[in-house]
Design a protein around this ligand. Sequence first.
Ligand SMILES: Cc1ncc(COP(=O)(O)O)c(C=O)c1O
Length: 386
Amino acid sequence: MFITDEGRDDLLSRGYSRRQMMRAAMLVGGGAAALAFNPEIARAAAGGDTIRISLNECWAGPMAPGLKASAEISAKCNRYTPDDIHARLVKTISTVENMPEDHISTWPGSNEALARSVLVFCSPAKGLVTADPSYETPVTAAKFLGAPIKGVPLTEDYRHDVKAMLAANPDAGLYYVCSPNNPTGTLTPMADIEWLVANKPAGAIVVVDEAYIHWTPDFPNNTANHLVRAGKDVLIMRTFSKVFGMAGMRMGFAMGRPDLINKLRAHDGGQMSYQIPVPAAACAAASLTETGLIGQRRKELVQVRAMTEDFLAKRGLRVIGPSHANMLMVDWKTKTAKEMQAAFKAQNVEIAGGRWAIWPTVSRITVGSRKEMEGFMAACNKVLTA
Ligand SMILES: Cc1ncc(COP(=O)(O)O)c(C=O)c1O
């Protein structure tokens, strides 16, 4: 456990108690990377021949150019930073995202940066506002640190209800917008995000989690990057765990004004943000520029997702959406998500179950490969007729 003097002073000045400070130290000392903070890893599915469509992983592994770069640099890993790879990764992100280098920080998974953003901008006095249902890490971190939490239902068309989010706590420290949203895959229009940024209280931050943005057909024209470049109080989170197929390599990054980026790193003196294994950094740098391969994966996803949606519609099941990402929310209506998870498990298919209490009869199905989804459909036919 480690927290800098500067970090401790910051927490004390924002009303953290001694007990909450201990927890903050645990969080920055690797706690955020630990299983409990990542709802996808925490529920890691079985291996073997199980069809694993529960964690929003990509059906394919790292891209070939990434694997090649990773293998080549592994031979030089007697050095801490062969080929200046960490700097090269930041340079690559900077070029691809059209973002100054000092606006970027890399992390071993975006989950880590996400948990830190709660530590930095929330406190016993400054709460978190999130959508419900949405990705749980900010809530988990806020609960752990003792910060107040408001969860605001999505709109009827499954956008973040930004006006209701602001009204829920007009003096919050952090407003979390996940777009496309996990678990619905739905997008919140940029105009809504811009409205929230323009109307949030001074000193608060809007975190835009773009973990799934590469799956959307409009990428790269639909990122909130321009808000960061314009110097707004915005942090953008990205991960390599989705379209890049690198979940096990633990790679992500945050983009924001340098003062915000430095705050994310301050409490442990920058330790964790530099803990990026060299092979993962090389794989990420070589994959990021592969727009052709990203497009191919997107095309494959769109086809397989449409096939799955079609099947579910024919079975008379309602799919919440439209999903623009590699997940579908299916409302079973008469069975709970937990019951359906167990029923699918008996068929050797892992789906997410019961994570979003607001929708107890809805399951999140990750869209996997065509073969995996054919397996899912066969299992679904069995489960529904059982
Ligand atoms: C919305 C969202 N944000 C962040 C993450 C965390 O990603 P990482 O694997 O980079 O920690 C996930 C993982 O599933 C996610 O769904």
